[in-house]
Structures are given as structure tokens and as C-alpha cells.
Ligand binder design. Structure first.
Ligand SMILES: Cc1cc2nc3c(=O)[nH]c(=O)nc-3n(C[C@H](O)[C@H](O)[C@H](O)COP(=O)(O)OP(=O)(O)OC[C@H]3O[C@@H](n4cnc5c(N)ncnc54)[C@H](O)[C@@H]3O)c2cc1C
Length: 478
């Protein structure tokens, strides 16, 4: 049998989701394992580096491959198997979280872990080991993977079960050890198309932490929006949402809202304004004073209208609200945005977050959107998970602020690593090798370097993120 022909790559600009970093690459969209294998072999022969890419939802350069071959898996996306009795699903790496929930919801199942958008592919989600608003309860997605199928750079295929030593390295291995071709995932049973959601405002960071402490044992999902502009006694004020799955029997008509149509939000705001216009409505506020106003209005409207209330919300609306505002990131044009998510151990988190907000104010670069979550430790080799909290912060990038913003992130990284914290490659555009060395235990980085040497001795797999931050760190280890 002759080897499949590798289609001709297309030259295109490949950016991170935030549009602030990226570059021109050769892009291929394989549709089968054979095509991926042939592309690996051809790139190897041509000594061309490869960057693996799912839906490109990582904010920074994690799936960018400037001057390289980018393998984009979005057309390698079949759902291969689903057992409605056991809730086990097997998909090709390019199937998205959206493809999965829409397939399984009518049978009473939901993905165990989802990100704030349904666009990521399962390959990308597993390669980054994504977390949801339930990270403190169920860990990252890797804890729900039953089996992985991977294609190694030498063209061989392996099936990995959770007890395989490679399993915790490839999950969260950010596409630098092997190509994930298939994922088998255990889904979560649900008994309604809706969740019960409680909303509480906290007037400052101490109150937000107190709400998390109070609710974490009795909520399935916890997330806080924080007003990054508030200062003084209000520093870190925000709105916390606690969501609870409905127990069996609570919803008298569980099937009624377990349909894709019932979960889909209207495309118009107040029945009038197309949501596709909303990014343009936000755009005039896209400067510090405008965003201060947006955050202020959000806080006070939450305090007046939502605080202390309980309501029911569909799963898709609770998890993916921003997906229903098409292209909202365009409000950050022309420079785009970066997200910087810091993870800090429990005992230090409140102090570090306060210090970081105050530092941003001193720089004149307050975050326009900040989101806090609770996490727990896990067994993955280069995990971002720890017993603590994360704060994800969006920053607009402009030609004028770029250098200062990067400098701010580096200063924040120093504060975070001094407190024993970590970072998340999916949300990174600025990390320096020194911070990689300070954030992860040396033995984990050594083990990762050894696995790379064993699985990809020629260094074929190399995203822009890897070359910018991780490869130089690994070189410093020896
Ligand atoms: C609006 C928004 C909200 C988000 N919310 C969250 C959140 O709540 N929690 C969270 O954890 N993340 C969140 N993210 C980040 C997102 O979930 C991750 O970046 C995820 O990895 C994106 O998946 P992707 O398919 O787009 O992969 P990409 O971003 O294209 O790639 C991610 C990584 O996976 C590697 N990769 C891709 N496919 C494969 C494969 N088949 N085999 C091996 N490696 C591969 C790439 O090389 C890269 O390192 C959010 C992103 C956005 C834009």
C-alpha cells in the first residue's frame, strides 16, 4: 500500500487566540492518522519543525509555529464511539467540547470538565490539561481521561492507560512529546438541563475569599469575577457564582431542557440588538477609563440585581456565556489581548492577588477582566494545578504599552514564584525561562526533558511557546 500523499500546506498567519502574538507558518489540516504520520515523516526529512494546533484557543503562542509547519487538527474531528449507558465517549483529537456536549446532552451526560468556551478541541484540551470552574472538586480534564491514543514522532502508535508512565506527561505536555490522536473520556451524569446558581457580591478580596471558603464544600462549581480597577478598601471586590447540579428527581421534566436547541441562547440582546454587534458596542469603551466604567457598572448592577439571589441557568449558558457574544475579542483590536493566569498556594493567595492588583495600578495597566478560581493538586508532570487559587487577568495590548505590559508580567511572575506559585501555558505569552525554572520542581522538568530526548530526539515538535520559554529553561537544567 502506498503512503498517503501529504497535501500541500497553505501559507497563513497563525495567531494566538488573543491576536497579540503569532506569525506566518505553513498550515496543514490532516484528516487521518495516516496523513499526520506522513506529515511528520516529510517534516522530519526536510528538517522542518512542527507545531501542533487544535482550535487555536490558547491565548498566547502555545499553538503558534512561526516559520514552521503547523498541524491543525480541526478537520480530524469524528466522534468514534459513545455509550449512552456508561457515559464513555471516544473521539478524534479535533472534536471540540461543543461537539461533545451537543452529542451527549440528550442522553443525560455532560463533559466532566469544560473551559469558558466550547471551541477547544479534545486534543488541545488534554494537551493543556484544562480546568473548569469545578477544578477544586474534580481536578483537571486529565483525571477523567480513560485512555489516550498517541502517535509518536517516529511514526509508531501507542495506547496509553492512566497507569502508563507516559500518561501524566503527555497530558499537560503542551504538544511537545507526541501527537494525541484519540481521547476516551468518562462523562458526567446530569439529571437536568439546568443548574441552580447562587450569586454573592464581595466588597473586597477578603470577602471574596470568605465566600469561596464558605461555599466550596457545598457547590459543584465556583467562580468569581473581580473588578480589577477597584482599589483601597474595595480592592478585589467582585461577584461570586456558586452552581449546583440538580439531584435526581428535583427537575420534574429532566428531558425538557436536555436538548441543544433549549440550551442555545438567543442571538439578540433584549430581543433587539444582535449579539454579533456587541463587540462593536464594547469597542468605544476599550481604554482604561472606559473599562473602569464597564467594571463599575458590572459590580453595582450585580450588587443591586443579583446579590443574594438563586436562579436556574442552562449548562451551556453557565459555562459558555461568552460564546454567545460572537467575536467579543475584537473589542481589543487592533493590538489584541493577552491573558496572564497566576496560580498561588492557598496560604499566600489573598496577599499575592492584592499585591498584584496594586502593582498593576502603579504601572497604570489594570486588568480589564479578572476571574478567580479554586484548584487542587494533581499528578500531572507539568501541571498548573495546586492547592490554591488562580487569577486569570486580561490585558489589552497596544503598540505603546507592549513593552511595559511584558515587564509588568515579569514582575508579577517574580511575586508568584516567590510564593511557590505556578503558571498556565494555555494563558501565556510572556513567561521567561527563569520563571519556568522557578515554578516547576527541577525533577519534573528533568523528567520532561528526558522524555523529550527519548520520544523526539531531533526536536521536531516545537511551538513558539516551547522555543521562547521552555526549551531555554530545559537547556539550563544540564
Ligand atoms: C474564551 C476562552 C476561555 C477559556 N477558558 C478556559 C478555562 O476556563 N479553563 C482552561 O483551562 N482553559 C481555558 N481556555 C484555554 C483553552 O481551553 C486552552 O487553551 C485549550 O488548550 C485550547 O484548546 P485548542 O484545541 O484550541 O488547542 P490549541 O490552543 O490550538 O493548542 C493548545 C496546546 O495543545 C497542543 N495540541 C493541540 N492539539 C494537539 C494534539 N492533537 N496532540 C498533542 N498536542 C496538541 C498545542 O501544541 C498547544 O500546546 C480558554 C480559552 C478561551 C479563548
Amino acid at each position: 500500500m502506498s503512503a498517503p500523499r501529504v497535501p500541500t500546506p497553505v501559507t497563513a498567519r497563525v495567531e494566538g487566540w488573543g491576536m497579540a502574538v503569532g506569525g506566518v507558518a505553513q498550515v496543514l489540516q490532516p484528516t487521518s492518522v495516516e496523513e499526520i504520520r506522513a506529515a511528520l515523516a516529510q517534516a522530519h526529512a526536510a528538517q522542518q519543525k512542527i507545531a501542533l494546533r487544535g482550535a487555536g484557543c490558547s491565548y498566547g503562542d502555545a499553538s503558534c509555529g512561526t516559520g514552521k509547519l503547523v498541524l491543525d487538527f480541526t478537520r480530524f474531528n469524528r466522534i468514534l464511539d459513545f455509550d449512552a449507558q456508561t457515559g464513555v465517549i471516544r473521539v478524534e483529537a479535533g472534536a471540540t467540547i461543543g461537539d461533545i456536549w451537543q452529542h451527549v446532552l440528550p442522553h443525560g451526560w455532560w463533559p466532566p470538565v469544560v473551559s469558558g468556551t466550547m471551541a477547544p478541541t479534545l486534543g488541545g484540551a488534554v494537551a493543556m490539561n484544562i480546568h473548569g470552574k469545578n477544578a477544586y472538586r474534580v481536578g483537571p480534564i486529565g483525571e477523567h481521561v480513560l485512555r489516550l491514543r498517541v502517535l509518536l514522532v517516529d511514526g509508531s502508535e501507542r495506547t496509553l492507560l492512566p497507569d502508563d508512565p507516559l500518561f501524566p506527561a503527555i497530558i499537560g505536555g503542551f504538544g511537545e512529546l507526541a501527537v494525541i490522536t484519540e481521547v476516551e473520556l468518562q462523562l458526567k451524569h446530569i439529571y437536568s438541563g439546568q443548574l441552580d446558581v447562587d450569586a454573592l457580591c464581595g466588597g473586597n478580596l477578603a470577602e471574596i475569599f470568605a465566600i469561596f471558603d464558605d461555599w466550596q464544600d457545598r457547590s459543584d462549581y465556583l467562580v468569581a469575577w473581580i473588578d480589577g480597577f477597584a482599589s483601597g478598601k474595595s480592592l478585589g471586590r467582585g461577584l461570586v457564582h456558586m452552581a449546583h447540579q440538580l439531584a435526581p428527581g428535583v427537575d420534574p421534566q429532566p428531558q425538557a431542557l436536555m436538548t441543544v436547541a433549549a440550551q442555545t441562547l438567543p442571538s439578540r440582546l433584549f430581543g433587539l440588538i444582535p449579539k454579533s454587534w456587541m463587540w462593536a458596542l464594547l469597542w468605544p469603551f476599550s481604554f482604561n477609563l472606559g473599562m473602569r466604567f464597564v467594571n463599575l457598572v458590572k459590580f453595582w448592577s450585580a450588587r443591586l440585581l443579583e446579590h443574594g439571589k438563586r436562579y436556574r441557568q442552562g449548562h451551556a449558558a453557565f459555562h459558555f456565556l461568552l460564546d454567545y457574544v460572537p467575536n467579543w475579542k475584537w473589542a481589543y483590536k487592533p493590538g489584541g489581548l493577552i491573558q496572564h493566569q497566576i496560580f498561588v498556594p492557598k496560604a499566600q493567595a489573598q496577599r499575592v492577588f492584592a499585591e498584584v492588583f496594586a502593582l498593576q495600578h502603579r504601572y497604570g495597566l489594570p486588568t480589564w477582566l479578572a476571574v478567580m478560581k479554586r484548584h487542587r493538586p494533581d499528578r500531572f508532570l507539568l501541571t498548573h494545578g495546586l492547592d490554591g487559587y488562580s487569577m486569570a487577568q486580561d490585558f489589552a495590548v497596544t503598540k505603546r504599552n507592549r513593552q511595559k505590559l511584558w515587564q509588568l508580567c515579569h514582575e508579577v511572575d517574580g511575586i508568584v514564584t516567590a510564593a511557590g506559585g505556578r503558571f498556565y501555558f494555555a494563558k501565556d505569552a510572556t513567561l521567561e525561562p527563569e520563571s519556568v525554572l522557578a515554578a516547576w520542581p527541577k525533577e519534573n522538568l528533568m523528567q520532561f526533558a528526558a522524555l523529550r530526548e527519548e520520544l523526539d530526539p531531533g526536536g521536531l515538535l516545537a511551538t513558539d511557546l516551547y522555543e521562547r520559554a521552555v526549551a531555554p529553561a530545559l537547556r539550563k537544567l544540564v
